[in-house]
Design a protein around this ligand. Structure first.
Ligand code: UDP
Length: 315
């Protein structure tokens, strides 16, 4: 049966892939975006689809629609972008959650929250499983996002317990792939663009900090599996459990691109987590999900994408 599905942040990096996949599955999709970090180019493939519509709207304000499902993905996710307007970031997390849960309550829709590994902060437990409560700075520069997303999870649970809203929560770890913006500022896109344009590769700190990078299509598959799984609220971690240091990532990008760009070391930003790696046992057991794209293949596809975008820009 066709469902009417709302994707907030639908013109963003992850949201646009979600809209595409949900349309492929025969649904009617409403993309809601304020276009702060979302981009119309991301919707190129689906903009003319008769089962697709775009609403320019900010979820910090209420929204009145009739829907069966909501994917709440609106929020800038790159530290550069979410720290650029921290008040708006926390409003998007908190007011956005309240507005979308209100909509879910009124329409009896199922709603999934895009939460994040950032809720674990600079973790003392490694790898991070879902029962770890996290180590987050309350008032540091990342708090608008980390605490905002933590508060959103709390609000989701309260709407579930108090109003019986059908909720789901995924915690998304670092994800990369085509459609990241040129000015995104996160490590994968920064390193690729720097390598392709022969600019210095900017490593923050000594580069020994770790992350685990999930290719975008894997993340989207996991998200949809979770949405469709009956009787499972989560939270569940979605991410690639293969961990690497930032310095190693830089060397891989240099090797694949054949670039002669130099590594330079810059100051580590405040509260930058030293290590991050998801424990995905729950996702494996409960929704039979694990990532299938390895980092080198994913990087190659992402590099191809940025090569095209940079060429287009030069024309
Ligand atoms: N980073 C870096 N150089 C860059 C951008 C980021 O060394 O040009 C580091 C950053 O300090 C962090 C890691 O790469 O340790 C991942 O950063 P990103 O902004 O991608 O995401 P985060 O996981 O910190 O939210």
């Amino acid at each position: 049966m066709n469902k009417r599905i709302l994707v907030t942040g639908g013109a963003g990096f992850l949201g646009s892939y979600l809209c595409e996949e949900l349309l492929k599955n025969g649904n009617y999709v409403i993309c809601c975006d304020n276009f702060y970090t979302g981009n119309e180019d991301n919707l190129e493939k689906i903009i003319d689809n008769k089962d697709f519509e775009v609403l320019k709207h900010d979820i910090t304000l209420p929204l009145f629609l009739e829907v069966d499902e909501i994917f709440n993905f609106a929020c800038p996710a790159s530290p550069v972008h979410y720290q650029n307007d921290p008040v708006q970031t926390i409003k998007t997390c908190v007011h956005g959650a309240i507005n979308m849960l209100g909509l879910a309550k009124r329409t009896n829709a199922k709603i999934i929250q895009a939460s994040t590994s950032e809720i674990y902060g600079d973790p003392e437990l490694h790898p991070q499983n879902e029962s770890y409560k996290g180590s987050v700075s309350i008032n540091g520069p990342r708090a608008c996002y980390d605490e905002g997303k933590r508060c959103a999870e709390t609000i989701f649970w309260d709407y579930h317990r108090q109003h019986k809203v059908n909720i789901k929560v995924i915690r998304i770890f670092n994800t990369y792939g085509p459609r990241m913006q040129l000015n995104d500022g996160r490590v994968v896109s920064n390193f690729i663009i720097q390598a392709l344009t022969n600019k210095d590769i900017t490593i923050y700190g000594d580069g020994e900090q770790t992350r685990s990078f999930c290719y975008v299509t894997d993340l989207i598959n996991g998200t949809i599996l979770m949405m469709n799984k009956k009787n499972l609220i989560g939270p569940i971690n979605l991410g690639n459990p293969v961990e690497t240091s930032v310095k190693n990532l830089a060397n891989e990008v240099l090797e694949i691109t054949g670039s002669k760009a130099k590594l330079i070391f810059k100051k580590l930003p405040q509260d930058d987590p030293k290590q991050r790696c998801p424990d995905i046992t729950l996702a494996k057991n409960q929704i039979n999900w694990s990532p299938s794209v390895n980092r080198i293949d994913g990087l190659k596809k992402t590099i191809e994408y940025f090569e095209k975008i940079l060429k287009k820009q030069q024309k």
